[in-house]
Design a protein around this ligand. Structure first.
Ligand code: ADP
Ligand code: MG
Length: 245
């Protein structure tokens, strides 16, 4: 697939001191594609996401978002981060702001919207993630699953071209995982381009166009889910799957 690439990584390398954390990463994500990234702890999945959102610099290679190379620094960076939203394991909501304000804040600061327009957009998005009734509450009054849905609404409020999810359900109690995955499935159906780091293999099977398996800083497999799960070609992936399935 990937006839219309939105995110392209070419020969990307990154080091943390001696640790070669991303090794010659080549990855293309097409517009509207959902790519699930899996792999053992420490394999570089979070670093990959952070590099794509330019929260980490890389030593070599190129990362191109919608035809534009990532700027090394400066003004273009905030704009770029707004174009590729990120949802983390820890929701990182502002505790002393209401749900509505959490979703509106960056719209005003980064997108330069008027507060009224931002709040209208926030209410639409809260409706979309099933939280319209909770707009005036504070994060601590919500469950973990609800807070993560607020974080998704907040990311969507920037009108991103793509969303990165780094283990969005790993901090949640089991009964809350599905409500978050369901919002993500709906986004996928609506055509959002997504990279999702997750251990939720059911989600990978049902929502992903491709599964990327990482180990020791390398992309070891990049396959359609059915092929990956039924006939992984590498020993690393076989070993990984035998432990989690
Ligand atoms: P994953 O998300 O797959 O668990 P990470 O991308 O978080 O993996 O980490 C990959 C490797 O890089 C791990 O060995 C981790 O300890 C190391 N690492 C991550 N962030 C840093 C950092 N800021 N400084 C040094 N080492 C790091
Ligand atoms: Mg991680």
């Amino acid at each position: 697939m990937a006839v219309d690439p939105l995110i392209e990584l070419r020969d990307v390398n990154k080091y943390f001191g001696e640790l070669h954390v991303l090794q010659d990463i080549n990855l293309t994500v097409g517009r509207g594609e959902v790519v699930v990234v899996i792999g053992p702890s420490g394999s570089g999945k979070s670093t990959l996401c952070r590099a794509i959102n330019r929260l980490e610099t890389v030593e070599s290679g190129s990362i191109v978002i919608d035809g534009r190379p990532l700027p090394a620094e400066g003004k273009g960076l905030a704009q770029l981060r707004a174009e590729v939203g990120m949802v983390f394991q820890s929701f990182n909501l502002f505790a002393h702001k209401t749900v509505l304000d959490n979703v509106s804040l960056a719209q005003v600061k980064v997108r330069k919207r008027k507060k009224g327009a931002a709040d209208r957009r926030s209410r639409e998005l809260l409706e979309r993630v099933g939280l319209a009734a909770h707009a005036d509450k504070f994060p601590a009054q919500l469950s973990g699953g609800q807070q993560q849905r607020v974080a998704i609404a907040r990311a969507l409020a920037m009108d991103p071209k793509a969303l990165l999810f780094d283990e969005p359900t790993s901090a949640l109690d089991p009964e809350m995982i599905n409500e978050v995955l369901e919002v993500m499935r709906q986004l996928a159906r609506d055509g959002m381009t997504m990279i999702v780091v997750t251990h939720e293999m059911g989600f990978a099977r049902s929502a992903a166009n491709r599964v990327v398996f990482m180990a020791d800083g390398c992309v070891v497999e990049d396959r359609v889910p059915e092929d990956f799960f039924t006939s992984p070609s590498s020993d690393r992936a076989k070993d990984f799957l035998s432990k989690i399935l």
